[in-house]
Write a protein that binds this ligand. Structure first.
Ligand code: AMP
Ligand code: MG
Length: 527
């Protein structure tokens, strides 16, 4: 992006009052007096619910007909210090469906706005999600516990407030896979069938996902208040996220500039890490970008099979705005929207504030490229930094593109190639001689670092996953659950995804690229 384009993208938001709709300030409570007593699950608190009331709406989950537990992520529960061991499966189902509230819950739906496919929507908000409470995890980090699919809120605009089983399982699998890959992500604590059906591509089973996040504050949360000209709220939100996510910056001389830089740094690293594993988010709207730097909202996301930088899976992304290779540019565009909301707080002189924001945004490119190249070096087994490394990486990518090579398999098999076993590599490339031509300078480059082949291969296997949630595997697991009420394939996939860097039994087929008939070409939000 040129500096000129950047500058125009950091221009102040036009005053837009006509499009604004003030959300109901009234407290909507669907808590029924007949609701069973609340359940103790741990030490819950709520700091977001202490913010002024224009940040959220207080609303309780709407009970579902017949909750049935699909799974609870016990390991995650224990890192959160939650005590679930004394609860039977029916009670767990009721808690994670929202039918019974945990002791200490203060349920709210968060207000946010967002740019969706480039167009500003002044009010979105949690339309089918409810933030139950927060908890301090084992490392003392505050984490949100949120139900998704737990009923309508004042922010539901037309939707039913429910979630279909397919997207719930999809988010469960992919968010947990991201975490296991070592990429910052919201987590999945539980999935529950609600015993109800919702209309999507027909009638489908409904479910509730319990999501855990460092917080649910999004770029769109800042936009919500900025669009209303509510500078006070933007400042309070900025102070809140400084305290929660960047406590060391609270006393920085220009703390809002420091905040902007910190969010930019986290997003630059996050998107670089997506690129390393071939992840395509699919809906990088500003309401789906966290301030904490965690991946969030796994709608039509997908891991790429054959490498093509223009890959798009999402059925709703007709223009390819969120194609694989566009992600860094889009991240920067979204961060420009965040910067705009902070303009009044960056400097008392507006022009100077725009200059500061522009400089911060320009730095995204360097930060991103540094992370990207560092990660790509590691994927190729290169330890030191040499001037021609970027060219070596780009040559490989070009070759992969020309050969339609599978992203994950190529890098995983490259680990073996570092030890001299090129048999698998030659099967991946339609033109094996071209791989050999690329591999000659690569081997010479590896030799410069002076490590043994075994050392190189081991280091490479720790960064090039064998197992990713491949679209066709995910689809198969979802279909079995939706069509046959069979959660076996979901459970099996969930387990192998816990250890993505371990070689798994080739007979199980989890590491294989899809056969032509298995290829999934489109993914859907289906919410
Ligand atoms: P998402 O697609 O998750 O990024 O959601 C975008 C907006 O649509 C948010 O305001 C959601 O809360 C809202 N939304 C999505 N699905 C539903 C639903 N089933 N019921 C109510 N609101 C929804
Ligand atoms: Mg969203």
């Amino acid at each position: 992006m040129s500096i000129a384009a950047l500058q125009s993208s950091t221009a102040l938001l036009p005053p837009d009052t006509t499009a604004l709709r003030v959300y109901p300030a009234t407290i909507m409570s669907t808590l029924q007096s007949s609701r069973p007593a609340s359940v103790p699950i741990g030490s819950l608190s709520s700091t977001y619910a202490q913010l002024p009331e224009r940040f959220y709406a207080r609303v309780a989950p709407s009970p579902v007909a017949a909750p049935r537990l699909i799974c609870v992520n016990e390991r995650l529960a224990s890192t959160l210090g939650l005590e679930l061991g004394h609860l039977d499966s029916q009670t767990l189902a009721e808690v994670f469906a929202g039918n019974r509230l945990p002791v200490g819950a203060d349920p709210i739906a968060m207000a946010y706005a967002g740019h969706q496919f480039g167009n500003f929507v002044p009010q979105l908000g949690d339309g089918r999600a409810i933030l139950l409470a927060e908890v301090l995890d084992a490392s003392g980090q505050r984490r949100d516990i949120q139900l998704k699919g737990s009923g309508r809120t004042p922010f539901s605009r037309g939707g039913d407030g429910r979630a279909a089983l397919g997207p719930v399982l999809r988010e469960y699998l992919i968010s947990e896979a991201m975490h296991a890959l070592g990429i910052p992500s919201t987590r999945a604590l539980a999935a529950v069938l609600s015993g109800e059906q919702v209309v999507r591509e027909g009638l489908v089973p409904a479910a509730v996902l319990t999501r855990v996040a460092a917080s649910h504050v999004r770029v769109g949360t800042f936009e919500f208040h900025a669009a209303r000209g509510d500078d006070d709220a933007v400042r309070q939100l900025a102070d809140y996220v400084l305290a929660r996510h960047f406590p060391l910056l609270r006393d920085a001389p220009q703390r809002y500039v420091a905040l902007l830089d910190a969010v930019i740094a986290r997003q630059a690293e996050l998107v670089a890490r997506w690129m390393h594993v071939g992840f395509i988010h699919g809906v990088m709207n500003t309401d789906n970008m966290t301030i904490s730097g965690e991946t969030i909202d796994f709608g039509p996301c997908a891991f790429m099979d054959s490498y093509d930088p223009a890959t798009v899976y999402s059925a709703i992304d007709r223009g390819g705005r969120y194609a694989y290779a566009n992600q860094p540019r889009i991240a920067m565009w979204n961060l420009a929207r965040l910067a705009e909301t902070l303009i009044p707080h960056l400097d008392s002189v507006a022009e100077r504030a725009v200059e500061i924001a522009t400089a911060s945004l320009v730095a995204f490119q360097t930060k991103y490229t540094t992370h990207w190249l560092r990660g790509m070096r590691a994927k190729l087994g290169l330890r030191s930094e040499q001037p021609d490394d970027a060219t070596l990486v780009e040559d490989l990518l070009e070759l992969m593109h020309a050969n339609g090579a599978d992203w994950t398999l190529t890098f995983r098999e490259l680990c073996g190639a570092a030890e001299g076993d090129v048999s698998q590599m030659l099967a991946i490339f339609a033109e094996p001689a071209a791989f050999e031509r690329w591999a000659r300078p690569w081997r010479a480059r590896l030799a410069l670092d002076g490590e043994t082949a075994a050392e190189v291969a081991t280091a490479m296997r720790a960064v090039n996953p064998a197992i990713i949630p491949r679209n066709h595997q995910v689809e198969r697991a979802l279909r079995a659950a939706i069509d046959d009420d069979d959660f076996g394939p979901f459970d099996a996939l969930r387990r192998v995804l816990e250890q993505p860097y371990l070689e798994c039994d080739p007979a199980a087929g989890y590491g294989a690229s899809p056969k032509p008939v298995e290829r999934v070409l489109q993914t859907f939000c289906g919410t």
